[in-house]
Design a protein around this ligand. Structure first.
Ligand SMILES: *[C@@H]1O[C@H](CO)[C@@H](O)[C@H](O)[C@H]1NC(C)=O
Ligand SMILES: *[C@@H]1O[C@H](CO)[C@@H](O)[C@H](O)[C@H]1NC(C)=O
Ligand SMILES: *[C@@H]1O[C@H](CO)[C@@H](O)[C@H](O)[C@H]1NC(C)=O
Ligand SMILES: *[C@@H]1O[C@H](CO)[C@@H](O)[C@H](O)[C@H]1NC(C)=O
Length: 484
């Protein structure tokens, strides 16, 4: 069965990727970055949208003809995102090139490269996927450097290019990204064309400053942070392939989406690589699980991973509190099955507050009428990767904030407004910002930051490391289990 082979494929790739070290090419000289800020132009749908477009158009023309006073610096922006295949992945949209063309990209806080499938891609993975055609963009520059990246669920390779990239009302005029003519199966599901890495530059295979980091380090944002609210559809039998996925906000938190304080915890040892946190406590059915200290407690908070992977002994202990839970065998090795009738309550804490994972999220898949597969699986990562990968299973239960400075991750309780978006079958899929000519502000952006990150890499290659391939482990292969 296709399904079975993709399951073993997943397991294989997880172990390979965790131990594999990619000698990725890096730009040899420091990059100098400059940036344009642009106002978001919403798609023209309602009268409000049309007025907003009109206002922007006026600003753009005034800016073009020298009236700099009319330029409003944009300081935060929102991207409505899409929930693909019942919580398997979450994607947003950005626009690349001149004229700008919009692409859907997986939003992945577990990696740090932007790449798009190229129009030269002949792999079956690129069939039916909108691809990037470099010759259509007058501002594209080929860096003529090879690029490759490996994830938990596949790999992509091609060459690096540079172009204008716009998202959520922001624009970076010289974003370096991969143009990939080789993409493995299961990595892209139409309409998704690529991936936007939202972790730190130190782990970028390209060596380039990630879009978000350029914006944050150049003070383009009101606040140096980005935030997610992710919707839940995995317990909704009517979920279609694409549903409203929640919101991704750059430069601010959206106070209507959470209540109470945001509980921030620093990235341990200032190790700005993945969005690392230290797992301080896990409970399963109200019993505490033993968590090893040190590196075994490190977790990457990863929007690009569907489930939660962790050390085998801790994962086994989580299930030991669930009556009749059993380790999966064969293709389900590393996973656990348990009676669907059991309501499971697992909580996780990262130094501060404890957050509950809903039973709906814990119950990742229903294998047959009685048997379910749990969302925690046992994962062996290499010495350079964190022991825990905390994916959407957890993140759907909180408002999550990724703060650049001080480097930390914060969680807050979702508001009733946010919760009300779960399982609401959308009449249409939200689409995100599509760039257009708008007011332009020049900023001397990111140069210092890009320099220091590159220098850090060169000065301590053994600790910062060659790039560990990453973690976007998605679950699309499990969807077909439901049909069995
Ligand atoms: C960039 O140049 C390389 C050769 O250096 C070529 O292989 C690649 O196809 C080019 N990429 C694009 C997107 O044109
Ligand atoms: C906050 O999120 C809600 C729901 O997506 C949205 O309607 C609202 O416009 C957002 N507010 C801001 C300031 O972006
Ligand atoms: C889940 O477990 C935690 C820790 O024991 C407990 O505080 C919380 O009330 C439980 N939640 C539910 C819904 O049972
Ligand atoms: C899905 O799970 C959530 C959280 O447990 C719950 O509030 C909601 O009612 C569930 N929806 C359905 C359709 O069962």
């Amino acid at each position: 069965m296709v399904l079975s082979s993709s399951l073993s494929h997943l397991a294989l790739l997880v172990s390979l990727s965790a131990n594999n070290v990619l000698a990725a090419p890096r730009p040899s000289s420091p990059m100098s970055l400059s940036m344009n800020l642009k106002r978001r132009v919403p798609e023209a749908r309602s009268a409000d949208d049309i007025s907003a477009w009109a206002a922007n158009n006026k600003l753009a023309l005034e800016a073009k003809y020298g009236n700099t006073k009319s330029i409003a610096k944009r300081s935060s922006g929102q991207n409505l995102i899409v929930n693909q295949k019942a919580d398997s992945s979450f994607f947003g949209s950005l626009a690349v090139g001149t004229p700008p063309v919009a692409y859907d990209v997986i939003l992945d806080t577990g990696s740090a490269d932007l790449w798009l499938a190229s129009s030269d891609c002949a792999d079956s993975a690129c069939d039916g996927v909108p691809t990037f055609k470099a010759s259509d963009s007058s501002t594209f520059q080929n860096k003529s450097t090879e690029f490759s990246i490996t994830y938990g669920s596949g790999a992509a390779a091609g060459s690096l290019g540079e172009d204008v990239v716009q998202m959520a009302g922001f624009s970076v005029s010289n974003q370096i990204f991969g143009v990939c003519d080789q993409v493995t199966d299961n990595l892209l599901n139409s309409p998704v064309s690529g991936l936007l890495g939202l972790a730190f530059q130190t782990i970028a295979s390209s060596g380039a400053s990630p879009l978000w980091q350029t914006l944050a380090s150049s003070n383009a944002w009101d606040q140096p942070l980005m935030a997610f609210q992710l919707t839940r559809y995995n317990n909704d039998s009517k979920a279609t392939d694409l549903e409203p996925g929640g919101t991704f906000t750059m430069g601010a938190t959206n106070t209507s989406l959470y209540t109470g304080d945001i509980d921030y915890n620093d990235i341990p040892d200032n190790d700005e690589s993945y969005w690392l946190q230290t797992v301080s406590s896990i409970t399963s059915q109200a019993n505490s699980i033993s968590i090893s200290s040190g590196s075994s407690a490190l977790a990457a908070i990863d929007t690009g991973t569907t489930l939660i992977g962790g050390p085998a002994d801790a994962v086994a202990e989580i299930y030991s509190n669930i009556p009749d839970a059993e380790a999966g065998t064969g293709q389900l090795e590393g996973y656990y099955i348990y009676p669907c009738s059991t309501t499971v309550n697992v909580t996780m804490a990262f130094g501060g507050k404890s957050w509950a994972i809903s039973n709906a999220d814990f119950q990742a898949e229903q294998l047959n009428s009685n048997t379910c597969m749990g969302a925690f699986f046992s994962l062996e990562t290499g010495s350079n990767a964190p022991a825990w990968i905390v994916g959407d299973t957890f993140l759907k239960n909180v408002y999550s904030v990724f703060r650049y400075n001080p480097a930390s991750v914060g969680f807050a309780q979702l508001s009733s407004e946010a919760l009300a978006m779960n399982g609401v079958n959308g009449a249409s899929t939200p689409s995100a910002t599509i760039g257009s000519a708008a007011a332009t502000v020049s900023a001397t952006a990111g140069t210092r930051d890009a320099n220091s990150a590159v220098a850090l890499f060169h000065s301590s290659p053994s600790t910062t490391g060659p790039i560990i391939s990453l973690l976007a482990i998605t679950m699309t292969m499990f969807i077909s289990l439901r049909l069995v």
